[in-house]
Design a protein around this ligand. Sequence first.
Ligand code: F6R
Length: 606
Amino acid sequence: MCGIVGITSNKQVISPIINSLRKLEYRGYDSAGIATLNQGFINEVKCEGRVNALEKNLLKSKLEGTVGIGHVRWATHGAPSTINAHPHSSEKVSVVHNGIIENSTILKKFLIKKGHKFKSQTDTEVIVHLITEYLKKNDLKKTIIKVLKKLHGSFALGIIFKDYPDMIVGARRGSPLAVGYGPNENYLGSDSYALKTMTNKISYLNDGEFCILKNNSVEFFNDIGNKINKKILELSENNENYDKGDFKHFMAKEIEEQPVTIKNCVKEYVDKINNDINIFNFPWKVNEISSIVLIGCGTAFHSCLMAKYWFENFTTLDVSVDIASEFRYRKNKFKKDALYVFVSQSGETADTYASLDLCNKNKMKTCSIVNVVESSIARDSKFVLPIHCGPEIGVASTKAFLGQMLVLYILSLKISFMRKDIDKETYVNKIKSLFTLSDLIKKTLETDSKTQLVCNSFVDIKGSMFLGRGYSYPIALEGALKLKELSYVHAEGYPAGEMKHGPLALIEEGMPVVVIAPRDEYYTKTISNMQEVIARGAKVLLITNKSKDEIYSENIWEYIEVENTTDDLLPFLITIPLQKLAYYSALKKGYDIDKPRNLAKSVTVE
Ligand code: F6R
């Protein structure tokens, strides 16, 4: 989703802005642009498409400047085009924006009446004209305070001004914004990752705050313009490898990394010597919790759904699961003895953040499971459990899904043992199994050639279904989501037992259906449901685990067998061929695997 960069320096800023925009490319975008202030004039260069195209345009235009703002845009108001790309500028100001201005139509009418002329279809352009209008009668600080008050919705903003030559203003409501500190220069960025090549000293704006950056100073203000102090955080120097290496796509790399990321995460949380789970500084007594609410979006929601099965099986807690975009607007009955768990790879998803914020405002116990530990969700949760899987660049979540599931599994075990819901022997046995998981994932990755073969049947199809029961139901949803988002094929995940209640009507001769039936307690039931779809012409790809027992079923088109492990760990293995199926189907179609159309990695608007 949209990404912002701003640099004020005593040196030229085009090339570092381009480098930072490249760091934001992973978020998914459709156009890009830069504006600078040079010799008293604001100039902008924009284009539809990628940062590479922007760089070519910049060479032609010879844009220069020591103060500048850059942007990658994910279209919300107005189609992806050069005219709608950010920055948007008047003679006096230039603005980059991440978020949505909900009252832009009303503000536009007001501004048109005042004589302002609009060039784009964006909501952002109203901010440009509003600032220009208010600057006529107010100084800069008053203008910013008044304009921010007028805006409804969410935003992170970067603004430069013709009459304030070395200055960038940043402002935040809802959408994240970071400030970085450098020698004779300071930076603004949508996230610290964008600024990491320039600095490891970062502060974050909170909702309602704005900042004024000059090349030798940084000031922060609250919504009424009172100066506030900010902590400067030092980001850890990690040498994580952000390159694709020999892989064609980040997604392929991230799938193959899973044995390592799972091993690292187990190491972080599990004490091998004492066969215990280390969750230090858990801020609540376990008997203060009698229910758990798991909240996320997309793939993260699927890991929450998976965790419901584990929590229900291992503990006596009441467990509910919610999609963040629904939770945040429902009339929730907040309960003091509930633990609210927010799951998010990026830690910046707008709906998940808003749900967390709502729980914090209602003084609830909030815990987050995130990959990006410097994110807004991590910072604002009372307790954080990182998934330790390193940067995930491919838009489609893979290793983060396994990481989220692992941390949720570990949390469910620890809580169940602390509550005495499971005995020591069961606890220790489950912990021991965790140490085998990384190798089992590694072996399961060897199903690769079979997946490459079967994917041909998922390329040119009208649609597909993914069916599973129990632990396999959330995985069916995830498998369908991966296929649809990467290869743009309609795919539905369904509980296998629900087919008779409507979806069976969709089954046609030759339709590929993925049936997930590991030899767990649901196996025979799922196999019966599989027969029902085969009888109606479906071409079934069965995903199960290795076993000495034969599969008692005829007319299965193809099957993939993952390694064998305990029922509750099988979902980790079953996920692997589903990730690969989506990957290879998209590869066959020549699609942009790391940046699927219309999607963004960090969903910072609701
Ligand atoms: C799908 C996918 C998305 C994300 C969702 C939430 O592959 O990646 O569905 O899971 O946008 O994102 P996070 O986890 O960053 O909150």
